[in-house]
Design a protein around this ligand. Structure first.
Ligand SMILES: Nc1ncnc2c1ncn2[C@@H]1O[C@H](COP(=O)(O)OP(=O)(O)OP(=O)(O)O)[C@@H](O)[C@H]1O
Ligand SMILES: [Mg+2]
Length: 304
């Protein structure tokens, strides 16, 4: 079976910094693959290349046989790739429901005249978008009010909304960048179960995560990066015992064999804090592919 995602000898340099230095891996349909590595290893940079937010210096990225290496984020998304961000990105002032409805616009085409004239067809598509948004918010298990502004939600709920929006795009491949960061123990268990249910829908998942308990539990395969280089690609068990992996993590705060690498749970948010400076944030803001540019955008406490 050919791969859903094929990353071949990917390189990305920022001046002298080799953020990604010869990364190759594949993901197949309905597979859960984790990408791990110490801080600064190049994990988010790799996601940004795959999703078109960064232009790779060299190498090739293929989605279901189509070369997407030089495509814009919107074009990559149209080929079935959805993502969430290391720092939650929602339209903070918009109602929760509208944040998720925004995800449907990728496939729910609306005619501008229908919208202006509020034709029956327009009202029908609006209803489809609303129904879809509720469906995905149910799916991710959102408990909070859906009519209030997204910024009013506790942090863990914001993460759920972001996943719901990504799912509302009907992806074949979902990239999750540290979805457990800032979650408490129970929320992490719910996330684990949610990731499996997403996979059971036939959606492949690539997971960047520092929580090794979660990674070891949920992944079929684990790719390990260190200083942009791929140092291992194998089963969770094999990777956990790999001397190169153990070596990479020595001196790092991350612990590859830890059962639950609990990070500090973030407190309930809703304070509308402006983005802290994020490396990926600046570029993300410029792409204009319909993703919010950081209305709610915070370090989740995982990197501290
Ligand atoms: N926009 C940018 N400009 C310059 N350097 C960057 C940029 N984005 C990333 N880098 C550099 O690329 C390297 C990889 O960063 P990246 O954010 O991909 O790491 P990461 O594995 O996601 O780390 P973390 O676990 O801390 O999120 C780092 O040295 C980082 O400083
Ligand atoms: Mg990162």
């Amino acid at each position: 079976m050919s791969a859903l995602l094929d990353v071949a000898d990917l390189h990305l340099a920022f001046g002298g910094v080799k953020a990604v230095d010869g990364l190759s891996f594949q993901v197949h349909e309905a597979e859960i693959v984790s990408v791990i590595g110490p801080n600064g290893a190049g994990k988010t940079s790799a996601f940004n290349c795959i999703t078109g937010f960064y232009r790779a210096t060299s190498g090739a990225i293929t989605i279901a046989g189509t070369d997407v290496t030089r495509l814009r984020p919107s074009a990559v998304a149209a080929r079935g790739v959805s993502r969430t961000f290391q720092n939650v990105r929602l339209f903070g002032d918009l109602p929760v429901l509208d944040n998720v409805r925004a995800g449907t616009h990728l496939w729910l085409r609306q005619n501008v005249f229908d919208a202006l004239l509020h034709t029956p067809r327009y009202r029908r598509t609006e209803q489809v978008a609303t129904d879809e948004a509720h469906r995905w918010l149910d799916f991710v298990g959102l408990r909070a009010d859906r009519t209030g502004p997204a910024r009013a939600l506790p942090y863990g709920e914001q993460r759920r909304v972001e996943i719901a929006r990504a799912l509302a795009r009907h992806p074949k491949l979902l990239l999750l960048d540290e979805p457990a960061a800032g979650l408490n123990h129970n929320e992490k268990l719910e996330l684990l179960e949610l990731i499996r249910r997403i996979r059971d829908l036939g959606i492949a998942i690539v997971l960047i995560e520092h929580d090794m308990g979660l990674v070891m539990e949920v992944s079929q395969r684990v790719v390990v990066l260190n200083f942009g280089r791929e140092i291992a690609d194998g089963s969770p068990e094999a990777v956990r015992r790999d001397p190169a992996v153990i070596e990479a993590y020595l001196g790092s705060d991350d612990e590859p064999a830890a059962e639950t690498g609990d990070h500090e749970p973030a407190t309930a948010t809703g304070d509308g804090e402006r983005p802290t400076e994020t490396r990926d944030g600046e570029r993300v803001a410029e792409t204009g592919d319909g993703e919010p540019s950081g209305e709610i955008d915070r370090e989740a406490g995982a990197d501290a």
